[in-house]
Unconditional design. Structure first.
Length: 93
């Protein structure tokens, strides 16, 4: 199924920031608590929340709440969607 320009834009917006790329790299090793990501990246809580919201809205990252903590992980289906979008954009089969 062909993706819309808006779907492309949401995914590439998420990938278009160095901090979000670094967050994705940190999540490659598995699910992480927001507090650990915040500490590793030396970000304020509002800044981390902003970046994680964009990553979650793109579908690249999944979030779950446990008690008062948020946990984040890379979404397998979101990663596949991003790859398909790039392949479609580049007209690669």
């Amino acid at each position: 199924m062909k993706k819309s320009n808006k779907e492309f834009a949401v995914i590439f917006k998420a990938l278009g920031d160095e901090r979000r790329i670094q967050l994705l790299k940190l999540l490659k090793s598995g699910e992480q608590c927001a507090c650990k990501l915040q500490e590793s990246m030396e970000l304020s809580q509002p800044t981390l929340s902003h970046h994680m919201k964009i990553l979650c809205e793109s579908g690249l990252v999944d979030a779950r709440k446990e008690g008062k903590w948020m946990y984040y992980s890379i979404s397998s289906s979101g990663a596949v969607t991003a790859i398909k979008c790039l392949a479609q954009l580049m007209d690669i089969n």
